[in-house]
Design a protein around this ligand. Structure first.
Ligand code: PEP
Ligand code: MN
Length: 307
């Protein structure tokens, strides 16, 4: 990427009146997976009320073991569309299989290519041939050059709207699930014109650490955040340990409300800004995620299923 191009920051239109990139900051939030209608709608309404502007949730889940919950598939997509209609939030959801791209694109405003598929070249080509923006997550052992090259597969097929996502890489220390590489944000912004968001949920695997790393990501210059929020994390079929409760998410949004403009970004949709949704100051309540006990060291595993 020539240096001059890297300075032309790209703005991606996600939905009418909602852009990401340039100086538009976006928070995408919701459960790891769509599990039940009630849990999804509860989470969707909570994240919308707190100021998220995109709803996340996996219908097709890439699980390490075939014995783990695989997601609801197409039924999950219909639930996401119902939640989108109720809340007005566009949806980001993962597509695992090139054959499902059209199906997923009928329900999603943004197609997610997960870290396990960052170098699934047929999938990259297929999402490059459709018109919805693509959220491309960094592979857990991928270099930034490899991430940029993967994005290039999508761009080359004619889809210019790629959002890069740092979600942590494999480290040597089991204190966190992955090692969240926040330097990736300015490095990617130096090397590409594409917006860069951060996922501190997978990046830490620990809800207690998510608020601090979310704020650090904003300070590092991220164009947005992808956050897991669950109505009842103890019931989650996957990634419950890293999911914020709705009150914890609202507390974080309240803190981000002040931080985002200080870091040179503005809230992407003023009608959905947490500034409009919440009072200027929120009393410190038990909503602080940092008070939650973390997972025991060595237990980070996306196969852990809540009892
Ligand atoms: C996810 O966002 O639900 C997910 C599976 O993330 P990753 O691909 O980064 O593991
Ligand atoms: Mn997850």
């Amino acid at each position: 990427m020539p240096a001059a191009l890297a300075t032309l920051r790209k703005t991606i239109s996600i939905a009418p009146g909602l852009s990401l990139g340039g100086d538009h900051f976006v928070v995408m939030a919701g459960p790891c997976a769509v599990e039940t209608r009630e849990l999804l709608l509860t989470a969707a309404e909570a994240v919308a009320a707190a100021g998220a502007v995109v709803l996340r949730g996996g219908a097709f889940k890439p699980r390490t073991s075939p014995k783990s919950f695989q997601g609801l598939g197409e039924a999950g997509l219909h639930l996401l569309s119902e939640a989108a209609a109720r809340t007005g939030l566009p949806v980001v959801t993962e597509v695992l299989d090139p054959r499902d791209v059209d199906l997923v694109a009928r329900h999603a405003a943004i197609l997610q290519v997960g870290s396990r598929n960052m170098q699934n070249f047929p999938l990259l080509r297929e999402v490059g041939r459709q018109r919805k923006p693509v959220l491309l997550k960094r592979g857990a052992a991928a270099t930034l050059d490899e991430l940029i090259a993967a994005a290039d597969y999508i761009l080359q097929e004619g889809n210019p709207d790629v959002i890069l996502c740092e979600r942590g890489v494999r480290g040597f220390d089991g204190s966190t699930r992955y090692l969240l590489d926040l330097a990736a944000v300015p490095v990617l912004q130096r090397r590409t014109h594409l917006p860069v968001i951060v996922d501190p949920s997978h990046g830490t695997g620990d809800a207690a650490l998510v608020p601090a790393m979310a704020k650090a990501a904003v300070a590092a210059g991220a164009d947005g955040l992808l956050l897991e929020v669950h109505a009842a994390p103890e019931l989650a079929l996957c990634d419950g340990m890293q999911a914020l409760r709705p009150a914890e998410f609202a507390q974080l949004m309240q803190e981000l409300r002040r931080l985002v403009p200080l870091c040179g970004r503005r809230w992407s949709r003023s009608d959905k800004s947490p500034a409009d949704k919440l009072p200027a100051t929120t009393p410190q309540t038990s909503a602080s995620a940092s008070q939650r006990p973390g997972p025991a060291i060595g237990t980070f595993d996306d196969e852990v299923i809540a009892p």
